[in-house]
Design a protein around this ligand. Structure first.
Ligand code: 26V
Length: 822
């Protein structure tokens, strides 16, 4: 077998080599002597893509011939990152490609750095979608991801004098080797206009929408390669273009200039990803983006269904399930109703019966400011027919509510899709719950809070609708590909099957106390820390010692995630060192990565403060390298892949009840980092898995936060009672960190004192600082730390996204795998 594998490897390698050269010549028009890394990268992708497309063709044919039921994952965001390494790994061609390139005098690792990230998402929600489509393909499940082909993904972050600057992201400027345009599947989408009420021959009222504008949706497909390389599913992203013919009307009526204006508008729709995370802006263009991709995707699904089943709708719900990734695609519900009632002439009840068997909805946040609401007036203008349909859905639903709670108007007010007030608003969460057959939260505690606090009346009405599916991460990207030395070490101990069956990692438990294994495990960590140290040196010119604790907080910048709690603690340590030069602590490097929404003032102030405190500490000789702070700019998937394998400590310190799940917590623990965290989101389930001895839990839990809120929380109590808190907050007001500019950091203090510290930073500070002392102590006991780290890796089996997908399949989607022959 080994000899066969070797000869296969040899032939892969030589095939691959000639394929790369052919593409260098014929696709890129260059040759081996002239090619730079970028050209090599493109040629390698093109060589890979040949196999990928072959897999895609076979998969699509197999799914078609078997007339498979499929899940359609609707998401405004897919945070894919880079694809070359992933596709090579999943095809099992990584080593062959590396060797082929080596023989050509090229380092695979170097050319992989040429690939821009596909950053078509903000954070957790978008990356979850990317992990899920990886798992779906790996598990040989028929699935399509549907989203938007943004021309500019999430902004590139630069740091200038400590402050965040946003620059456009241009991931496609030099072409994207993975995407394929499918002009044969273009769709048209209507917008604006008015609705005409007509009376059909049968006396039935008919509605006709006369749109004011029509745009084209052009599909671009990205192949999604499953691990093992058998199933290759597709991510279909819609790009908006002007629909030529319609603009001729404008041209005739209004002249050339206006016609051009229409053109620009159509193309604006998919221009840029909204960079807000957890704040609803209510912008017209965003609603248009949402409707645009939902309408295109539904029409695409229906086209495919009709090809197999004609006009017979009776099997639609057997073939199609649509998962709504948050409420961003919720407008799909009235859109499908419109297509069924107005276009296919189904009666309402029949259409509604179909809808409510097709859609399922995932909630990703409880933060009130993130719950989408659209002004009814805006819907009326952009989607007049959809607003009517929403009113009709609501009208019928209110009758159902009245049956359950006769005459109870307060129940109706709470449950209604429409929120009455100075401005009528359409609550997309309510629409999603009413239009879906299942609704899930993303971690046990989050799903409990969705039932108890967010949708309690819905839960009373439909006790089986609300459920939980705990999030997960793909171990292919987040261990096998990003941490090769650890993967090899694991392979040697427990075999190579763990990427498909992550519970197998428990096989490492028997080595947790084995001194040799502990040493190997920590050597790998050390090696990864050296690579990150080099990166820190290159980007920030800061020297860090790999013997220090690498303490990492990587996630979007947000008050509820409490990067400022981390910062206050760093300042406290600094102060302790200044007051006592012999202050006893193991050297530590605090490393941050975070983007702030461009309009989120305090989040940007926190970035600024971290950088200013970092400058001061890193240059202060009195600190004697006990403390370093590094803020790595432009946090993104490919940077996460470098930071996570090098982390010792994972900061998961959100206010209890605020972080729905978190997924970075899982990635870090999988790579042997120990969590310091609150009892929030998936931290709770991580703690259950690893055991309380192998995690540093601190702070108020959900009930305690609630109690404190009820009895009245006064942050000043903590400020006056705890001299260290007082000292660090007062320090922010001086010009110590911003020489000549006193008060430059004062907004943080103000938010914590004058504005009531809405996320209980001061209430948790002391518990956090104490937990950090325990971290320090634990790290000094090398054997103990190694043991804890190994146990963390070993116990992460639950958090593979394969398990999440299996949960979705069993509880919601009812899908069957479909084997594709290689
Ligand atoms: C909201 C909005 C509002 C309008 C502008 C664009 C935009 C983009 C995203 C969002 C909501 C983001 C919600 C989100 O990302 N939630 C995160 O989901 C993760 C996956 O379930 C979960 O692990 C995180 O805890 C949760 O914060």
């Amino acid at each position: 077998i080994k000899a066969k594998a070797q000869s296969d490897g040899q032939s892969y390698k030589s095939d691959f080599k000639s394929s790369i050269i052919r593409h260098l010549h014929c696709t890129l028009g260059t040759d081996e002597n002239k090619a730079n890394n970028h050209a090599w990268w493109k040629a390698t992708c093109a060589a890979m893509q040949e196999r990928v497309l072959e897999g895609l063709r076979k998969t699509q044919k197999t799914h078609y011939l078997n007339d498979t039921r499929a899940v359609h994952y609707f998401s405004a965001e897919f945070l894919m990152g880079r694809l070359l390494s992933n596709n090579l790994q999943n095809f099992g061609l990584y080593d062959a490609a590396a060797e082929a390139l080596k023989e050509l005098g090229v380092e695979l690792a170097d050319i992989m750095e040429e690939e821009p990230d596909m950053a078509l998402g903000n954070g957790g929600l978008g990356r979850l979608a990317a992990c899920f489509i990886d798992s779906l393909a790996t598990m040989e499940l028929p699935a399509i991801g549907y989203g938007i082909h943004y021309e500019h993904g999430l902004f590139r972050q630069e740091i200038k004098s400590g402050a965040q600057i946003e620059r456009p992201d241009s991931w496609r400027d030099f072409g994207n080797p993975w995407e394929i345009c499918r002009p044969e599947s273009i769709q048209e989408v209507s917008l604006f206009g008015y609705v005409e009420t007509k009376y059909g021959d049968n006396g039935r009222i008919q509605k006709e929408w006369h749109p004011g504008s029509i745009v084209k949706g052009v599909p671009w497909d990205i192949p999604v390669v499953g691990y093992g390389g058998k199933t290759v599913n597709v991510l279909r992203l819609w790009k908006s273009e002007s629909s030529g013919y319609f603009n001729w009307d404008v041209f005739n009526a209004g002249g050339y200039v206006d016609a051009q204006r229409e053109n620009v508008q159509a193309e604006t729709i998919s221009k840029v990803l909204y960079p807000n995370d957890e704040t609803e802006a209510g912008k017209e263009l965003r609603l248009i983006q949402q409707y645009f991709f939902c309408s295109c995707s539904l029409k695409d699904i229906i086209r495919r269904y009709k090809r197999a089943h004609g006009d017979d709708w009776s099997r639609f719900t057997d073939q199609v399930v649509i998962q709504l990734n948050d409420t961003h695609p919720a407008i799909s519900i009235p859109e499908l109703m419109r297509i069924l009632v107005d276009r296919a002439a189904l009666d309402w009840d029949k259409a509604w019966g179909i809808c409510t068997k097709v859609f399922a909805y995932t909630n990703h946040t409880l933060l009130p400011e993130a719950l989408e609401k659209w002004p009814a007036r805006m819907l009326e203008k952009i989607l007049p027919r959809h607003l009517e349909i929403i009113y009709e859905i609501n009208h019928r639903f209110m009758a159902e509510v009245d049956k359950k709670w006769p005459g109870d108007t307060s129940k109706k007010t709470k449950l209604s899709i429409i929120e009455e007030g100075s401005e009528k608003m359409v609550r997309m969460g309510h629409l999603s719950v009413i239009g879906s057959f299942k609704v899930n939260g993303v971690a046990e505690i989050h799903s409990r809070l969705v039932k108890q606090n967010l949708f309690p009346e819905f839960n009373e009405l439909w006790p089986d609708k609300l459920t939980n599916v705990t999030n997960g991460i793909t171990p292919r990207r987040w261990l096998k590909a990003c941490n090769p030395p650890l993967s090899r070490l694991i392979d040697k101990k427990i075999g190579e099957n763990w990427p498909l069956d992550l519970k197998k990692l428990e096989g490492l438990l028997e080595y947790a106390d084995n001194k040799t294994f502990q040493k190997q495990f920590m050597q790998v960590k050390q090696q990864n820390k050296q690579l990150l140290a080099d990166e820190i040196k290159n980007t920030l010119n800061i020297d860090v010692d790999v013997n220090a604790i690498f303490d990492v907080q990587i996630k979007r910048m947000h008050e509820y995630k409490r990067q400022h709690l981390n910062l206050l603690h760093i300042m406290a340590l600094y102060r302790r060192i200044l007051e006592n030069p012999d202050y006893d602590m193991h050297p530590r490097v605090f490393i941050f990565g975070a983007k702030a929404a461009p309009g989120y003032k305090l989040a940007k102030d926190i970035i600024f403060a971290i950088n200013k405190v970092a400058d001061k500490i890193n240059q202060d000789p009195r600190v004697k390298n006990k403390l370093k702070v590094a803020f790595l700019p432009n946090y993104r998937v490919s940077l996460a892949e470098k930071m996570i394998p090098a982390s010792d400590v994972s900061e998961q310190i959100s206010t209890a009840g605020k972080e729905a799940s978190g997924t970075g917590n899982m990635k870090l623990a999988l790579n042997g980092a120990l969590t310091i965290g609150t009892l929030d989101g998936a931290n709770i389930e991580i703690a259950e898995e690893v055991g309380e001895d192998n995690i540093f839990i601190f702070g108020l839990n959900v009930d305690e936060v609630h109690e404190l809120q009820e009895k009245g929380y006064n942050p000043h109590d903590y400020y006056y009672r705890d001299p260290e808190i007082k000292a660090v907050l007062d320090w922010l007001e001086t010009d110590y960190f911003t020489p000549g500019k006193p008060g430059a950091l004062v907004s943080i203090k103000q938010s914590l004192l004058d504005y009531g510290d809405p996320y209980f930073v001061l209430a948790d500070f002391r518990a956090y600082a104490d937990a950090q002392e325990k971290v320090d102590k634990a790290y000094r006991d090398k054997d103990r730390w190694a043991r804890m780290a190994i146990i963390n890796t070993a116990k992460m089996g639950k958090f593979t996204s394969d398990r999440s997908i299996q949960d979705y399949v069993e509880r919601i989607w009812k899908l069957q795998p479909c084997t594709v022959d290689k």
